[in-house]
Design a protein around this ligand. Structure first.
Ligand code: 5GP
Length: 115
């Protein structure tokens, strides 16, 4: 599968401000933050986009990504006021990087609907 810049971040070939890491998941601060807290949570394996997720293994991986989001939210002090998790899928969803990722956004009041 085609690699993206996120594979280089996983291999520590390019720098990123790491917020969380375990065997399956890596999280790092977004280079162009859209909120006071903006962290990207990604699987270490390459899955290009949400529509390629299926089955129990992927469900477990998503569960780990959400666990990571909750851990980071607590560490960043945004768990009580709340936060937003976003996964953009393909062109109409606004996806730029084709390595599955969840945006954790917080530290300000979010608006709805999204743009
Ligand atoms: P997408 O638009 O695909 O949902 O989100 C991709 C996100 O990756 C964007 O918010 C963008 O700012 C972030 N991003 C792209 N390249 C890099 C990078 O090299 N380092 C970091 N930390 N974030 C990146």
């Amino acid at each position: 599968m085609a690699e993206t810049i996120f594979s280089k971040i996983i291999r520590k070939e390019i720098p990123a401000k790491i917020a969380f890491e375990n065997e399956h998941v890596l999280a790092f601060h977004d280079i162009n933050p859209q909120a006071p807290v903006h962290v990207l949570i990604i699987p270490k394996i390459v899955i290009p986009t949400v529509s390629e997720l299926s089955g129990k293994e992927h469900a477990a991986l998503l569960g780990e990504m959400i666990d990571a989001a909750n851990t980071i939210a607590k560490e960043q002090g945004i768990d009580e006021k709340g936060f937003r998790l976003v996964m953009n899928c393909k062109a109409d969803g606004g996806q730029d990087v084709y390595h599955l990722h969840m945006h954790l956004l917080g530290g300000r009041k979010m608006t709805w609907p999204p743009g």
